[in-house]
Design a protein around this ligand. Sequence first.
Ligand code: FAD
Length: 349
Amino acid sequence: MDAEARDLTIIGGGPTGLFAAFYAGLRGITCRIIDSLPELGGQLAALYPEKYIYDVGGLPRILARDLAKNLTEQGLQFGADVRLEEQVQQLVTVGDEYIVTTDRGRYPTKTVLIAGGKGAFAPRVLECSGYESLLGKGVEYHVRDPSRYAGKRVLIVGGGDSAVDWVLNLKDVAARITIIHRREGFRAHAHSMKLMRDAVAAGNVELITYREVRDIHGDACVNSVTIFDNRTNEDTVLEVDAVLSLIGFKPELGPIANWGLELHKNTIVVDNRLATNLPRVYAAGDIAHYEGKLELIATGFSEAAMAVNHAVHDINPKARYNPGHSTNLKIFKDREAAEDAAFEDGSPS
Ligand code: FAD
C-alpha cells in the first residue's frame, strides 16, 4: 500500500537533506526523508563522527557527530516523516507526480530532491562464511541497541572511529570485548585510542592486531568465530555471542543511475535552480554537478535552500521563490508568541 503523499521527498538524510527538510518546513510544505543508513547525518555520522569540522559558518569548530545531531534537530522540527534503512530504487511517474519506491515502501510525492551524496552507503561486508547466514542473529554492522550486548561476549572487527567508539561504549555493558584489526595502525581519534589503550591495559578489553575473521559459527545464533593471523595464517577460535563488523561503508549511486537523469561521472547534472533534466526533480549537495562545484557541507546548505524554494514554486506557482529572512518569518514569530504565552501561564509549551 502507498504511504501518505508528501509535497517533497528528500532522498538522503545527510547535511544537505536535513537542511532541505528544515527549509521545506519553513516554507510550509510537507516532506519525507528516506535514507539507506540506520541513522541520519550522512557522511558526518557514517564516515567521520569523531572528527572536528572547522569550515561551517558560525561554528568555529564542531564534531561531525554534533553537527549531525544539530542538523537533525533543526531539520525535523516541522515534523518531516523519516524512513531509515530503506534504499530508494525507482522513480515512477504518475501524471504530474511521482512515486518513489524503496525496498520496503511506495512514497507518493509532488516533487523530489536527490541529496544522495556519493550514493547510498552500503556496509562493507566481512568476506567469510557465516556472515550472511548469521546477519541479524548475532552478526551486525551497526549497533541498534547497546543494551542487547549486556553480559555478552562481543567481537568487534575494525580499525576506525566506529569500531573504537563501540569498544568504549560497550566495555562496561558486555561481559567481554575483543577487538581485532588487520593492521597495527588504527584510523581513529587520538583521544579515543588513548581511552581504548587504557582499557586494554586495565584488562577490560582485549586488542589483537593482524587478525581477520575466517569463519563465523552458529546455527540459530553466533557461538564462536575463527580468526586468523594474516602474517602466519594461524587460526584461533574465540567463543563469542556477537560479532560487530564495523569496517566502514562504501557508497553506490545504485538504481538512481537508471532513472534517465543526465549524469556526470557519479553525479547528477543540475541547472542554476538545482533542477535536473526530469521535471520537479532537483539534486543538491555532493551528488549535484555543475561547473565549478565544490563538494562542501556549506555548498550543500545553500543548494538545499535553493532547490526547496524552487520546488515550493513548482507545487504552488503563486508562492514566491524567495523565502524572505527567517528573522522576520511569521512561522517563527507565532511559535515564539505561543511559547511566551505558555511561559506567562506557567504551563509548558
Ligand atoms: P552525504 O553526507 O553523503 O549524505 C547522503 C545520504 O544519502 C547518505 O546518508 C546516503 O546513505 C543517502 N543515500 C544516497 N543514495 C540513497 C538511496 N538510493 N536511497 C537511500 N538513501 C540514499 N566537508 C566540509 O565542508 N568540511 C569538512 O571539514 C569535511 N570533512 C570531511 C572529512 C571526511 C573524512 C569526509 C569523507 C568528508 C568530509 N567533508 C567535509 C565532505 C562532507 O562530509 C560532504 O560534502 C557532505 O557530507 C555532503 O553532504 P550530502 O548531504 O550532500 O551527502
